[in-house]
Write a protein that binds this ligand. Structure first.
Ligand SMILES: [Fe+2]
Length: 295
């Protein structure tokens, strides 16, 4: 059986992704511009197409960002409460789990499992005016995931440092908030012209490609880059071809995902009720309705 799988993989490298692809296609509309005007994917597509550069200005939330910055540094470098990390390294295709702050061999990045456990303040941040005035324009979008990542100096094109599309649905919007002070490095590069226009052509590509394997039409383009500004965060559609730029330094980045449905169809960020003071306000907010509250 394994032998046949190997042969299939060799000649049809994306064969094993077909099941996931079908799952993906179920989540999205068949084609943009379809008759149904309330189709969330169509509305999101128009939003990103008509306003390709939308920035969230967090100057008003300096203090809150400071708290988030401090707490995220503590979790990665002290980890007193033994939070679980998942670690991507160049020597393994799988993510490794650890609670240790010691760096693994050829580590590329690590992230905290259930980051709202250590920084529930992220929910306060996304309810500030700077976020809400943007998302009021597109009410379908909700906070679908919170990812807290520590990138390590590396030069590898593996895991998310290889080019790929996020395949969550037709439109996945993210913002990247640098949490390392005086960070002057970009976090992400992407090709905005690679924005998907139709789901009728198979485009599911979860495998990460090295730069040299990218089609020439993208390799020859200059990529857009984000993640070096401390207060101003552009919204990026990560269905465009993109990658995390291999980091030159140790840097922490908070990645917020906005979708009209749970991440990957079913995932929900977990928040422990004891972690939140203004819990009632947060609980009743539609923008946070994908969060799962735990006693
Ligand atoms: Fe991605």
């Amino acid at each position: 059986m394994r032998f046949f799988k190997g042969i299939i993989k060799k000649y049809i490298p994306y064969f094993s992704d077909f099941i996931n692809n079908n799952h993906y296609l179920k989540l999205v509309s068949k084609r943009i511009g379809y008759e149904n005007k309330n189709n969330p994917e169509e509305l999101l597509y128009k939003f990103i197409k008509n306003s390709p550069k939308v920035y969230i200005d967090c100057t008003e939330s300096k203090k809150l960002l400071e708290v988030i910055r401090e707490k995220s540094n503590k979790v990665f470098f002290v980890n007193k409460n033994n939070h679980l990390f998942k670690v991507a390294s160049n020597i393994s295709d799988n993510l490794l789990e650890t609670t240790s702050t010691k760096f693994l061999e050829q580590e590329i990045y690590r992230f905290v499992v259930n980051p709202l456990e250590c920084i529930p303040e992220v929910l306060e941040l996304v309810l500030t005016e700077s976020f809400q005035k943007i998302f009021a324009k597109i009410k379908l979008l909700k906070l679908a995931n919170v990812h807290l990542r520590l990138s390590s100096p590396n030069h590898f094109e593996k895991h998310t440092t290889g080019f790929h599309r996020d395949y969550n649905s037709f439109t996945t919007l993210k913002i990247f908030i640098p949490l390392t002070e005086n960070n002057d490095e970009h976090f992400l590069e992407y090709f905005s012209s690679s924005l998907l226009k139709s789901t009728s052509n198979l485009h599911y590509r979860p495998r990460h490609l090295p730069l040299k394997s990218l089609k020439k039409k993208y390799r020859n383009l200059t990529s857009d880059k984000v993640g070096d500004n401390d207060m101003l965060f552009p919204i990026v559609s990560t269905n465009c071809i993109h990658r995390e730029i291999p980091s030159k330094t140790k840097k922490i980045t908070l990645i917020l995902t906005f979708l009209a449905h749970p991440d990957y169809g079913t995932f929900r960020p977990i928040l422990n009720k004891k972690n939140l003071n203004s819990f009632e306000k947060i609980k009743s907010h539609d923008f946070l309705s994908l969060i799962k509250f735990k006693d």
